[in-house]
Design a protein around this ligand. Structure first.
Ligand code: UPG
Ligand code: MN
Length: 731
């Protein structure tokens, strides 16, 4: 048993989940039957027909989404790895090389000092350094980022041996220096390294603040020449030639303790306005090719620029699966969850995405494995070249995944070829993005790529160690949170309504349950329909004294109660299962409503507009810059509005309509006293009001900069009046 690399066990909740799924399915079918009965026997007016049909549609969509969620609950599996046994099975000299890809796209939204921290933490992996190559993709085409990495390359010579010799766990310098547990280390050495780090940080931040590199920061002529590349006429982030710089070459350079360094390569692929560049997927494909002609490591790790390493053992954990002699030949990738630092205590924006990043992958483990989430994923390079048993050849043989590199990466021929594969037109008439590499066609290239790979027959594994392998930034304002979700919504719909739609294409290639899992994401945005209906219809009816649900004394009421409590109860139960808290669960369900009202709806509308060819949507990078006051409010758990945005209007309008109907409902109750009739609608309004609490606060009680601007309040009140007015005309 000494050489066990990994084990797994089924989660004990499986049986309960399956039994509950059967019961709940029966309840859903009964509800649908009830709606149809109502439609036939009790819908006498146009309005009552419309109301019943709206509720029917809402409930059908909720039922469908419930079914997709349930697919994750049927065979959850928990895994355990034993990286300490790896070297018993695999000699250190035989560890495979790893190419690490870090994507960044905008030095002003993604501060270069943070990207540098990510890179340093990954270069410092507890892994033979000469086997690591870090490739940084700069889609911002910015000399500021290049400058930052030149600095990082120097600092790495000190940082890497320091981490190695002292067996540091936090290998992201910023994280290390800001935490206080520097136990038993030589204070002088730490102070010295910290001073070097701080001076690097100041230089990098200075440069970004000024928007250019001060001449005295440029030390020699060769650097000056490199920066001149960025100063040619017409150079912009959207229009520039490919720039590739080897900043550290493993075979030639050692750190200050004489050990080899990892490779560090800066890549800014060519861009021009006439060629589509496919956002992050395009950047990753460029890196696949550039790294292919330079180092061609059999393992590829993709990282977002904010996702720094929090555990130097991570590559060994991944190898426990990938290099296991008994491993599945079909194993394509090992995905680590996205975890975040700096979440506030109760995670007010549901930024943890516990379901997306933890619960669902655990659920897919018992099937074909988790989906790819864009960061923290170790791929076998081979997966980008066709299915396990049907290899697709790249157009030049240097890019084949089994091609062996012979020349050092700074050889003239290698550098030229690297530039050649990074130009805009390179992909014309090739299979890149369709059969090779990361797939094009969706703004959520991660989801789409993982999905297509799994359809080709690749399996995957979810590795979820208790110490997070990576930690990233979360949006700390509502506008950032909802904008991110909107981009995802558009990307997901692009898959949902394509010829690759999971319920058909996915189910055919991966089986029905996997198809359902992928459908769960693809159809996420249609949740906006039931959530919008339930946020307005019962309330406006109540305002007008129209009762659309069974009375409390009616047996059908029990069905409603069961369905509501069952769904909410199980949702909460899942959160507890994965060791979250009640408050986080509560905030997550609130964000579920918020997302349904705003980003999913906006995503749906924008998707349709895009589909009609009226406009196109880009990849709007999430800002990773944090203003101190904003952080303060975030830490207090306040919801940050601050600016006016159309995306806020449905949220504020819903909260106004709900409180309005709650008040009128209560007044009605005093007058007619028929609680049994009013109860369900009153409850829904009350539930809405309870969920809207942070909105009322931000609208009325708060006076800080994050409150709701007057303009948004006025517009929302107008909308609320229009909706209620229309309601009273027709009802
Ligand atoms: O044209 C682009 C746009 C983005 N990026 C990079 O893509 C990463 C993710 O962008 P971010 O704005 O942080 O998006 P998020 O919504 O936070 O990211 C999630 O969703 C994305 C898909 O929408 C995935 O690619 C990410 O891995 C996943 O973490 C960042 O490193 C960017 O620098 C590029 O390289 N080129
Ligand atoms: Mn991100």
């Amino acid at each position: 048993m000494g050489t066990l690399l990994h084990t797994y066990k089924h989660m004990p909740c499986t049986t309960f989940n399956r039994v509950f799924a059967i019961i709940y399915t029966c309840a859903i079918l009964t509800l649908i039957y009830h709606h149809i009965l109502t439609l036939i026997h009790h819908s006498t007016t146009i309005i009552s027909v419309i109301t019943t049909i709206s509720l029917l549609i809402a409930d059908l969509i909720l039922a469908f989404m419930w079914a997709t969620t349930t697919s994750f609950r049927l065979r959850p599996i928990l895994r355990q790895v034993y990286p300490e046994n790896l070297e018993k099975v695999l000699d250190k000299n035989d560890f495979p090389a790893i190419d690490i890809f870090i994507c960044t796209a905008d030095p002003y939204k993604e501060p270069p000092i943070n990207v540098v921290n990510t890179a340093l933490s990954l270069m410092a992996y507890d892994y033979p350094p000469e086997k690591i190559s870090v490739y940084v993709s700069d889609d911002g085409g910015s000399e500021l980022t290049l400058f930052a990495f030149m600095e990082a390359a120097k600092f790495a010579e000190i940082w890497l041996p320091f981490c190695r010799d002292n067996n540091i766990m936090d290998r992201c310098p910023e994280g290390y220096f800001s935490s206080n547990n520097h136990e038993k280390l030589d204070d002088l050495e730490i102070e010295e390294i910290k001073a070097m780090y701080e001076s690097m940080k100041i230089r990098i931040e200075n440069v970004v603040e000024r928007g250019e590199i001060c001449p005295d920061y440029i030390t020699d002529e060769s650097q000056r020449q490199i920066f001149n590349n960025y100063r040619t006429p017409g150079f912009s982030r959207a229009n520039h030639p490919a720039i590739i710089q080897v900043l550290k070459e493993s075979a030639k350079e050692t750190d200050n303790k004489g050990q080899w360094m990892p490779n560090l390569v800066y890549v800014s692929r060519e861009k021009n306005k006439n060629s589509p560049h496919h956002f992050k997927a395009g950047a990753l494909n460029s890196l696949l090719r550039v790294s292919g002609v330079m180092t061609n490591a059999p393992i590829v790790l993709t990282q977002d620029c904010d996702m720094y390493s929090n555990d130097p053992q991570t590559p060994k954990r991944a190898l426990c699966y990938i290099s296991d002699p008994l491993a599945q030949p079909k194993l394509g990738y090992v995905q680590f969850p996205q975890r975040y630092h700096g979440l506030n205590k109760d995670d007010i924006y549901g930024g943890e995405f516990l379901r997306l990043f933890v619960a669902n992958p655990v659920g897919m483990e018992g099937l074909q494995g988790p989906s790819y989430v864009g960061s923290g994923c170790f791929f076998r390079r081979r997966v980008f070249f066709g299915g396990p048993s049907s290899m697709v050849q790249p157009e030049i043989q240097e890019l084949r995944p089994d091609h062996v590199m012979e020349n050092p990466i700074t050889t003239q021929a290698v550098i030229e070829l690297a530039h050649h594969v990074a130009v805009c037109d390179y992909e014309n008439d090739t299979k890149w993005g369709f059969k090779l590499g990361f797939r094009y066609g969706s703004l959520v290239e991660d989801y789409f790529t993982g999905y297509r790979l799994q359809c080709e027959g690749w399996e995957s594994i979810f590795c979820h160690p208790s110490r997070p392998a990576f930690l990233g930034d979360v949006p700390i304002s509502l506008i950032d949170a909802v904008s991110q979700t909107k981009r995802w919504a558009i990307g997901l719909l692009e898959v949902a309504f394509s010829k690759y739609t999971p319920m058909v294409f996915g189910a055919r290639y991966m089986g029905f349950v996997m198809g359902l899992c992928y459908a769960h994401y693809a159809f996420w945005p249609i949740l906006s329909i039931p959530i919008t209906i339930y946020s307005f219809l019962p309330q406006i009816s109540l305002l007008n004294g129209v009762y659309i649900f069974p009375k409390v004394t009616d047996p059908w009421f029990l069905l409603y109660a069961f369905l509501f409590l069952g769904a909410y109860g199980q949702d909460c139960y899942d959160f507890m299962l994965f060791k979250s808290t009640y408050k986080r669960w509560w905030n997550d369900q609130r964000m579920w409503l918020v997302r349904g009202l705003s980003p999913y709806s906006f995503g749906l509308v924008e998707y349709i507009i895009k589909h009609l060819g009226i406009a196109t949507q880009g990849f709007n990078v999430t800002s990773k810059v944090q203003d101190d006051n904003q952080i303060k409010r975030y830490d207090q758990g306040l919801m940050e509005f601050g600016i006016h945005s159309p995306m806020f209007i449905p949220i504020i309008t819903a909260s106004i309509v709900n409180i309005f109907s709650l008040i009128i409902g209560l007044i009605r109750l005093l007058n007619v006293w028929s609680l049994e009739k009013v109860f369900v609608q009153l409850f829904i309004s009350g539930f809405g009001v309870f969920n809207s609490w942070p909105v009322y606060e931000a609208m009325i009680l708060r006076s800080d900069k994050g409150r709701i601007p007057f303009k948004s309040t006025v517009i929302s009140i107008c909308w609320a009046l229009i909706l209620c007015g229309l309601g009273s005309c027709v009802l």
